[in-house]
Write a protein that binds this ligand. Structure first.
Ligand code: PHE
Length: 349
């Protein structure tokens, strides 16, 4: 039986030599130390020995068991070391140069949004945000845009299916959910939450059912602005926008307000600008944003007395501003993720 003990030690050593992973190690262990393993079985034979031989054999059995356990233990630590190395990957040579020194950068639309926001911050505007999913009431009704207005047509607006449920977006009545078509809905959410005087700038993503081409995208970005206080006039609106456009395009920029129409402002204007330093677009009047004095009906809807409060609002496309600033002639460049395009902007802030 002593011979058998040595044979089991040899068997364990030999089998473990070809084991390379944990499952293999487990199954070898079972063949030796498991309930039906060779060592366990041999141990059971102790009862067949003469009484006086049993203690000696018992001691040898225990010693062999310890020896075998030690062999298993060191085999397991080799396997664990191998597993660690696999996780760590190949050895690192710290003297090698890095594969590339490119550090990434912000998207041109992010840069433009930050630039716009930082200019308005200088004159006391704070950033307001609301969700991209809106309800018809916030997107249209509250902005004095009646049900038969073309913007509310399914051709123009992306509606959610009738029984959609957004637990985190408050509905006014049981109106449908839409993807917001403009950031003007943030005006209403803010006016319902905060009391004037207030000055906010609300940048964010908007959606329309536009067919994509060089100047249209179903997904785009706007920045809304809203100023509500006492005795606010068109002069204040013009002053703020002139300051903003001069900061953005330089002191030589000229601006003009052209009469227009928006349901939520009265009077309403388009803002045009002319600048000498904007590439192909230099020295010609170009349309840059919509604006106007907040319509008294909008103020009434949010429980503000139009005799006491007045304000102005404006909204511009961030893509449009970025295209003018950088001489980009196709809106699709912003969304194609072409590295050759994006890397040109990674260093501007
Ligand atoms: N929401 C308008 C648009 O998307 C822009 C606008 C905002 C006009 C605020 C006036 C006042 O075209």
């Amino acid at each position: 039986m002593e011979k058998d003990l040595q044979a089991i030690v040899d068997e364990a050593t030999q089998k473990l030599n070809s084991v390379t992973d944990r499952p293999g190690w487990d199954s070898v262990k079972a063949t030796i130390l498991g309930p039906n393993g060779s060592l366990t079985q041999l141990g059971k034979g102790i009862g067949k020995l003469a009484k006086e031989d049993r203690p000696v054999f018992g001691q040898k059995l225990n010693r062999t068991k310890k020896e075998i356990e030690a062999i298993f233990k060191s085999s397991l630590s080799l396997i664990e070391e191998k597993e660690d190395l696999e996780i760590l990957g190949p050895e690192i040579d710290p003297t090698l140069p890095p594969p590339s020194n490119f550090t990434g950068g912000t998207h041109p639309l992010t840069n433009t949004r930050r630039k716009i926001v930082s200019i308005f911050r200088k004159i006391g505007f704070t950033v307001a945000e609301a969700s991209e999913t809106e309800t018809e009431w916030f997107c249209f009704d509250a902005l004095n845009t009646p049900e038969d207005h073309p913007a509310r047509d399914e051709q123009d607006t992306l509606f959610f299916p009738p029984n959609s449920n957004w637990s985190n977006i408050k509905q006014k009545n049981k109106e449908s959910f839409v993807l917001r078509t403009h950031t003007s809905s943030v005006q209403i959410r803010t006016l319902l939450r905060e009391k004037p005087p207030l000055r906010i700038i609300a940048p964010g993503r908007c959606f329309r059912r536009d067919t994509v081409d060089a100047t249209h995208s179903a997904n785009f970005h706007q920045t809304e602005g809203l100023y509500v206080d006492q005795n606010v006039t068109i002069k204040d609106l013009k002053g703020v926008l002139d300051f903003f456009l001069k900061e953005l395009f330089g002191n030589k920029v000229e601006t003009r307000l052209r009469p227009s129409f928006f349901p939520f402002t009265e009077p309403s204007f388009e803002v045009d600008l002319r600048a000498p330093n904007i590439g192909k677009l230099s020295d010609q009047w170009i349309e840059i944003m919509g604006c106007g004095m907040v319509d008294p009906k909008v103020l009434q809807l949010v429980d503000l007395n139009p005799d006491e409060w007045s304000g102005f609002a404006f909204g511009m496309g961030i893509e449009r501003i970025a295209m003018i600033l950088h001489g980009i002639d196709d809106i699709r460049h912003f969304y194609n993720n072409d590295f050759r395009f994006l890397s040109q902007f990674s260093h501007s802030s």
